[in-house]
Design a protein around this ligand. Sequence first.
Ligand code: PAF
Length: 284
Amino acid sequence: MILIETIRAMRTAVRNFRTVGQSVGFVPTMGFLHEGHLSLVRASKARADRTVVSIFVNPAQFGPDEDLERYPRDLARDRALLEREGVDVLFHPSREEMYPEGFRTSVEVRGLQDPLCGRSRPGHFAGVATVCLKLFEIVRPDEAYFGQKDAQQAVLVRRMAQDLNLDLEVVVRPTVRETDGLAMSSRNGYLSPEERAAAPVLYRSLERARALYEAGERDAGRIAEAVRGAIGGEPLAAVEYVDVVDPAELLPLERIEGAALVALAVRFGSTRLIDNILIQAKET
Ligand code: PAF
């Protein structure tokens, strides 16, 4: 695996792959990799000739009171993990490389950036869209891989790619979970042992939503209420939102006619976790 730190060198590497007719898969990350990221790497490797992974803790997607400085970083460990997976290129640009003095452009995906996490994280999704567009422009991949855990991000990036006619496919892969159901996240490491023991309530509550749906419940409000109720039984958990929305437009649903995304954000102390499930009628 080669480590590349400049945009210029990254462009040259991809150009060289293309010259010999090789396709490129891309996994953008902020590092501190876990099995969720590695599942995206494996999906890319299964399809593309070459796989590029980026590690860049993007300051533009953190609010002033968020965890940019304390966001976990361990490049040596990440490098070893990616090496073991057979990744071809690790792109690890500096902040100055990505946002040089005078940088002033921002990409907005109106509507999709505002609900769910957008309510408490203004500017977050503009930061995500901007860095993704920059990375796509630098790496020029055939496919870019995202996890379903960040459902709103995936919907928004896919929309941006469509709206701006980007010549790439946005591939969304299932959430990878710990054995107790907790969705893998680089932020899980912030949890105290007590909070970590309490956190699987999120997935249990989402499973409760699925069970209600499968038992015939179609009232989105009642499903959201049941999820809030299940989490409410856990004293260490403080619900920020539980919403049942249309999976493509992220608009709130009253009744579930087709598919629905049940999405939540919950705080355990100072750690904010998100999770979601897609529910839809089983194909017969
Ligand atoms: O999901 C992430 O890790 C980040 O939001 C991403 C897509 C790498 C953009 O910084």
